[in-house]
Ligand binder design. Sequence first.
Ligand code: AMP
Length: 230
Amino acid sequence: MSRGSNVYIFLGPPGSGKGSLSNMCVTELGWLQLSTGNLCREHIAKQSEIGKQIDFAIKSGRLVSDSLIVEMVEGWLGESFATQENVILDGFPRTVAQAYALNELLGTRFDAVQTKNVRLLIDDDQVVARLTGRFICSNDKCQAVYSLIEGSGLKPKRHMACDACASALVRRSDDTEVSIRERLKAYHLHEDKLLDFYRSHGQEIIDLDVQKPLSLVFEDFKGRLGLNGI
Ligand code: AMP
């Protein structure tokens, strides 16, 4: 990996649009995205050993164990981050233990990398409203995210079919009200500790207001990170 590579850590509650903003960065900027949630759902879809272990935690909105998640991330970075300049970590780290593990991993194996923390800010009520209108592509290799909410900018072109691969759109198994509340609880439980961890390591947090259409969020993101003109 070359010097100047960046790892962008997206922090934010479920439904804040980490995945949608990541997709924009992938399609518009040619970056790479690692979504630990997508990796978990892939394992469940192919019923791997890991998939069987994490199925219940995911459906009920609880966090998967740090050790399993870190193992997945380590494997992915080893395979996918060899040549790429910019990578988004979407939904990782979610706990201080994961943040420690990532710093260790980057420090020992990818020491030329710079990390940038971006926090997506949104009210809990907005999260619930967004997630009840959210659908994802049922193809576990795609998992593109859509919304049926007017003005979201995420409506599929054809009703309930993925724009990218034409597979059917489905609700995520954890987008139930009980699970959404559980995931919000888990997020808030860990958020302050994670922020303290980054600040105590001298890592800046860039706050982004995401309560607006995705195209505006993306423009704001590029402006805040000095990416305009790329
Ligand atoms: P997401 O797609 O990011 O909303 O994640 C969906 C679910 O996957 C979460 O509710 C957790 O059960 C699990 N998960 C994803 N990333 C992590 C992580 N970094 N640590 C623990 N569990 C995770």
